[in-house]
Design a protein around this ligand. Structure first.
Ligand SMILES: C[S@@+](CC[C@H](N)C(=O)[O-])C[C@H]1O[C@@H](n2cnc3c(N)ncnc32)[C@H](O)[C@@H]1O
Length: 220
C-alpha cells in the first residue's frame, strides 16, 4: 500500500481494467441498433456514482428558479445528464435552461494556483475541431425526446468563460425589462438565484472571474 499522496490515480489495476473494458467495448458483439439502449453495460462504477451525485444535486434546485450552468463541458456528458434529469424531475419547467461554457479548445489562462499537474497547461483537454456543432446536435435530439420539445432550452457558449458569461448575462439583461428585474427581486429573492454548478476544475483565474460575474449580475 502506498501513501495516498504518492499513489498513482488510477492504480495500475484500475488502468488495466479500463483498458480491458475499452477493448471489450471495441469488440462488442452487440448490434449497432441496440447499442444506445444498452450503454449502461459499459458504465464503470465511478460513472454511476457521478450520475447519482448529479441527480442528488439537481434535486436540491427543484424549488429554485434559475438556470443550470456548467463551466467546462468538454464532450458534454454532464449537459446530457442534466437534460435527462430536467426531463425526468421537472418536465414542465420551461424556464430551466441548461447552459454550457467552454472554449472547445482546451484550458485557457492557466494560473499558478492551478498547481503543477502535467494535465494542466494551455490547451489541455481540448476537443476535436468543430465539436460544439456536434454536441449541439446531440443535445437537440435529447430535447426532442423530452417534454416541451418545441422549446429549445440549452445553450452552448463558446469562448473564455469569464467573458462568455458576461456576454450571456448581458443578453439576459437586454431581454428583461428593468421592471421585471425589480419584480423578481422584490417578490421572492430565491427566484433571482442562478442555479450555478461548477462541476469541473477549470483554472483558478476562471473560478475567481465566474464568482465575480455571478455576484455582480443584476439578475441575482
Ligand atoms: C476537465 S475538462 C471538463 C470535463 C467535463 N466537466 C466532464 O466532466 O466531462 C475542463 C474543460 O474546461 C474547459 N476550459 C478550461 N479553461 C476554460 C476557460 N477559461 N473558459 C472556458 N472553458 C475552459 C476546457 O476546454 C475543458 O473542456
Amino acid at each position: 500500500m502506498t501513501d495516498v499522496s504518492e499513489s498513482p490515480r488510477p492504480s495500475k489495476q484500475e488502468e488495466a481494467a479500463r483498458f480491458a473494458l475499452r477493448s471489450l467495448f471495441e469488440r462488442r458483439p452487440i448490434p449497432d441498433a441496440d447499442l444506445l439502449d444498452h450503454l449502461e453495460l459499459f458504465l464503470r462504477p465511478q460513472r454511476i456514482a457521478e450520475l447519482l451525485a448529479l441527480s442528488d444535486v439537481y434535486q436540491r434546485i427543484l424549488d429554485v428558479h434559475g438556470v443550470v450552468m456548467e463551466f467546462g463541458v468538454r464532450w458534454g456528458r454532464h449537459l446530457s445528464v442534466f437534460s435527462g434529469l430536467r426531463a425526468t424531475l421537472e418536465p414542465s419547467n420551461f424556464y430551466r435552461r441548461i447552459v454550457g461554457f467552454d472554449t472547445f479548445a482546451g484550458f485557457k489562462g492557466v494560473d499558478v494556483a492551478d498547481g503543477l499537474s502535467a494535465r494542466v497547461h494551455e490547451g489541455a483537454m481540448s476537443v476535436t475541431s468543430g465539436y460544439e456543432a456536434y454536441l449541439g446536435e446531440v443535445l437537440a435530439l435529447h430535447e426532442l425526446e423530452s417534454p416541451l420539445s418545441h422549446i429549445r432550452r440549452f445553450e452552448l457558449c463558446k469562448g473564455d468563460a469569464p467573458a462568455a458569461l458576461e456576454a450571456y448575462l448581458e443578453g439576459i439583461r437586454r431581454r428583461l425589462s428593468p421592471s421585471r428585474i425589480s419584480t423578481w427581486i422584490s417578490t421572492d429573492p430565491r427566484r433571482t438565484v442562478l442555479s450555478f454548478f461548477s462541476l469541473t476544475l477549470c483554472g483558478a483565474r476562471f473560478w475567481r472571474s465566474t464568482r465575480r460575474c455571478t455576484r455582480t449580475s443584476p439578475v441575482r
